[in-house]
Ligand binder design. Structure first.
Ligand code: GLU
Length: 179
């Protein structure tokens, strides 16, 4: 048994004991479809159901901060998210968020220098539609938040991006690096 083996064991121990906070802010991820009016709307978050479906065994606390379309997110909303992250006991935080202004919120949080690992994620299609990328993205965010160093990231399309160097390509509908 060598030093690498012990390092891997220590890392596994840390990951198994990890405590993650999931902050819900809304976005398509959590939208529902009203069959009568044909409109999308917010009710409750699906995060707990998704974690159960994914057979999650990591200790998670979930808190709904707001349920809004991210196009309506202001800097006041972002300050609320940032303050909640700062005051949370957890150092590993996932934020579910609408994709349209996810990059802006990531920038805002990076500027706040919170010294935590924060991963924003969302979905292009509502989880409730059954063909959503939400479960996949939440799973990716779970893995990234447990393994990336302190910083602010976006997890979408199976990739992670650093805050400040990511945007949603509004033509192709995928996230990409700016530089
Ligand atoms: N306008 C929506 C939002 O950003 C876009 C859909 C989405 O969540 O991806 O909340």
């Amino acid at each position: 048994m060598n030093e690498t083996y012990f390092c891997i064991c220590r890392l596994k121990l840390q990951i198994n004991k990890m405590n993650i906070l999931i902050l819900v802010t809304g976005g398509t991820f959590d939208k529902e479809y009203n069959e009568l009016s044909g409109e999308l709307f917010f009710k409750d978050t699906h995060v707990s159901e998704m974690l159960k479906l994914g057979r999650n065994l990591v200790t998670i606390e979930t808190h709904t901060l707001m349920m809004i379309d991210s196009l309506n997110m202001t800097d006041e909303h972002r300050k609320l998210v940032s303050d909640y992250c700062r005051n949370a006991e957890q150092d590993h935080i996932i934020i579910t968020h609408g994709t349209d202004t996810m990059s802006e919120t990531a920038d805002f949080l990076a500027t706040a220098k919170l010294n935590k690992t924060i991963v924003l994620t969302g979905a292009m299609v509502p989880y409730k539609f059954g063909s959503s990328d939400g479960l996949f993205n939440l799973g990716s965010a779970m893995a990234f938040v447990q393994t990336l160093p302190k910083g602010v990231y976006i997890a979408m399309n199976g990739k992670y991006f650093n805050a400040g160097n990511v945007r949603k390509n509004k033509i192709s509908g995928v996230f990409e690096e700016i530089n």
